[in-house]
Design a protein around this ligand. Structure first.
Ligand SMILES: [Zn+2]
Length: 482
């Protein structure tokens, strides 16, 4: 038991509050020495020196930053069971491993193991809502395992149902899938539902029945669009011409699309989930924020899969700022020009990581700290860290200085799930045990050689360039050819 179990009101005292309320521009406002009062599942008040109910638990937020919980709009949570395994993969190696060769080895308990660990990891990093882009649901038992895992961890999740082993038309028509939806999609505020599949650009548009199914079920579609060599402008055109581009649609990556496709997305009100770290390493295309900013398309952030990267949005914000600015500099240099003012600001990526995610999910009640909104929030504070001060530019601090170890307190739906850097009511040992079982099983099914090869893809030969210069060490008269 702890102070927070009984649903007592909580007041965070004297933090630097980033309300992300859209006032004074996009990201913008900073409220110094401000309190946030949470009663039940809602934010009751934001302001200095708030009166709190006598039974409220006080959390000292001084020296820290209080901001909305972060929202990840695309994460293949089942793959967290293989954390880091694909660090040196390209997208091609990922496709071969998960789609063609070993992805189907995952049993329901392996999806459960991955999802449970991913869900815990998200809370630890202050990511209070995650879209579980769950395309490993090859049977409904896998889907039940995925949903069970998400409901066993006190965060907010959206199960984006997918099955990469069958065509979307096939699995969305299956009676057992419809039965799953009836049983598990119950309007639970902490477990949303989407439909996840990709549109490959076949002119016959075989994905059409899946879009119709989503419409019939009232579920938003999330789709990997603009993935170099896999999905592109043809898919966007088909969706547009058949009337399936809607305001709830999330286009993941959208990294190798034409201006025409961006115009169609902008005109139909959809949003783009940018996974900068993924686009940089895997090769879907250049991380597209530099392009989609010019088209006025709403952005949210995501980290894609822990088979490469860790599940926190600090690194996503940092990578996104870096990639956008790199592109801006490179394009200017190509024209012989110099960028003197950065176009993308730190407050903008913090907005994308919070309010942007809420907007993408159609959740007006998330993503900002305002009275009446759901109490999903994060306190970033680490008194033992030399990186915690001076706190001069709070948005810059979140985007470039902070990391998951600085997440002091996390609330989801008014419930304190992490406090003083420790998760509450989470059985990490059980999650570890489950994942160990999955790793052991996959490894023995694949065999030691395939396991090692999968993790260590061949390195292409690098041709070392001839160097016309020689270096003479001043301490001797010996000459080294470099
Ligand atoms: Zn993905």
């Amino acid at each position: 038991m702890n102070d927070f179990e009984a649903g007592r009101p909580v007041v965070l005292r004297g933090g630097t509050v980033l309300p992300m309320d859209g006032r004074q521009g996009e990201g913008g406002r900073v409220l110094p020495r401000t309190d946030v009062l949470v009663i039940g599942d809602r934010i009751a008040a934001v302001g200095p020196g708030l009166a709190a109910p006598p039974d409220a638990v006080e959390i000292d937020a001084s020296g820290g930053i209080v901001m909305p919980g972060m929202i990840d709009t695309h994460r293949h949570m089942w793959q967290t069971a293989l954390r880091g395994y694909g660090a040196d993969w390209t997208l091609t190696q990922y496709f071969v491993w998960f789609y063609l060769e070993h992805g189907k080895l995952f049993r329901p308990e392996d999806v459960h193991a991955g999802n449970t660990l991913a869900a815990i990891e998200a809370l630890d990093a202050g990511v209070t809502t995650v879209v579980d882009w769950s395309h490993g649901l090859q049977t409904v038992d896998h889907a039940d395992a995925a949903a069970d895992a998400l409901q066993s961890v006190p965060g907010r999740y959206v199960l984006a149902y997918g099955n990469l082993q069958q065509s979307p038309a096939e699995w969305t028509a299956a009676p057992e899938f419809r039965d799953f939806v009836r049983r598990r999609v119950t309007g639970d505020d902490l477990l949303g539902f989407q439909i996840a599949f990709d549109v490959l650009g076949d002119p016959a548009f075989p994905e059409k029945p899946a879009f119709e199914a989503a419409r019939e079920l009232g579920a938003a579609v999330t789709t990997h669009a603009g993935v170099w060599g896999a999905t592109g402008d043809d898919g966007i055109k088909l969706m547009y011409e058949h009337g399936f581009m809607t305001s709830g649609t999330i286009y993941v990556h959208a990294a190798s699309l034409s201006a025409d496709s961006y115009h169609r997305i902008a005109a139909t009100g959809g949003s783009i989930s940018v996974s900068t770290e993924s686009e940089q390493s895997a090769g879907q295309g250049y991380p597209p924020t530099w392009a989609i900013r010019a088209h006025g398309i709403p952005v949210s952030l995501s980290m894609d899969t822990s088979v490469w990267w860790s599940g926190d949005l600090f690194s996503a914000m940092r990578a996104t700022l870096g990639a956008d600015r790199s592109r801006e500099h490179l394009e200017a240099h190509a024209k012989g020009e110099t960028v003197t003012h950065c176009g993308l600001r730190a407050d903008q990526v913090v907005e994308w990581a919070t309010r942007g995610g809420a907007r993408a999910l159609g959740r007006d009640d998330l993503g900002s700290l305002e009275p009446g909104k759901k109490a999903d929030l994060v306190l970033i504070k680490n008194d033992l860290s030399p990186v915690s001060f001076p706190l001069l530019n709070p948005f810059g601090h979140v985007a470039f200085q902070a990391q998951r170890g600085d997440v002091h307190t996390v609330l989801v739906n008014g419930r304190v799930v992490k406090h003083e850097h420790r998760l509450l009511g989470i059985d990490l040992a059980a999650a570890r045990h489950e994942v160990e079982g999955t790793v052991e099983y996959l490894r023995s099914e694949m065999g030691e050689e395939a396991w090692e090869q999968g993790m260590n893809p061949d390195i292409p030969a690098t041709k070392l360039l001839d160097n016309p210069y020689t270096y003479t060490d001043y301490r001797s008269d010996s000459t080294h050819r470099l």
